[in-house]
Design a binder for this molecule. Structure first.
Ligand SMILES: [Zn+2]
Length: 157
């Protein structure tokens, strides 16, 4: 039995469940067409695994970000602290808008930043968001923490 491998058989072989027929196996070793198709399938699998890993990282990043935001809002129990809640909600909406790649409609793209934003690819945008999130969290947390410390001291007085 000497014939080209089907895609299903090649994929099966990648996962260790391919045909065991010795003639087919030696064909795979000899045939340049089957070899290049196998390479292509492996390349596609790697690309898929990579993109799946990226979206997993993305999900974890967003979840952590949401958790830390909610925790900060939850901690803001005192009346003066509730004034900070709208800012947190706005930041959350802004985050979703960025992540969904749907920037708020701009009346006119006159600003330099807007023009630049239109030129960045999705990957660059993702990296940009990831960087922004990593920078924003500690920066946003510090002033909040400072306010809580002050509040505790004032309560004691
Ligand atoms: Zn072949």
């Amino acid at each position: 039995m000497n014939r080209h491998w089907s895609d299903e058989e090649l994929i099966g072989r990648m996962y260790g469940v391919g045909p065991e027929d010795s003639a087919l196996l030696s064909h795979l070793e000899m045939c340049p067409q089957c070899a290049s198709r196998r390479q292509e399938l492996e390349r596609r699998r790697e690309a898929f695994v990579e993109s799946a890993r990226m979206s997993l990282v993305d999900e974890n990043l967003l979840r952590d970000q949401r958790v830390s935001m909610w925790r900060r809002l939850e901690n803001a129990r005192r009346p003066w602290a509730w004034r900070l809640a709208p800012a947190g909600a706005t930041a959350l909406l802004l985050l979703f808008a960025l992540v969904l790649h749907k920037p708020a409609p701009q009346p006119e793209p006159v600003e330099f930043a807007v023009a630049v934003q239109q030129q960045v690819s999705d990957e660059e945008l993702f990296n940009e968001i990831a960087t922004m999130l990593n920078e924003t969290t500690p920066r946003a947390a510090k002033p909040m923490q400072g306010l809580f410390d002050t509040g505790a001291q004032m309560e004691v007085q």
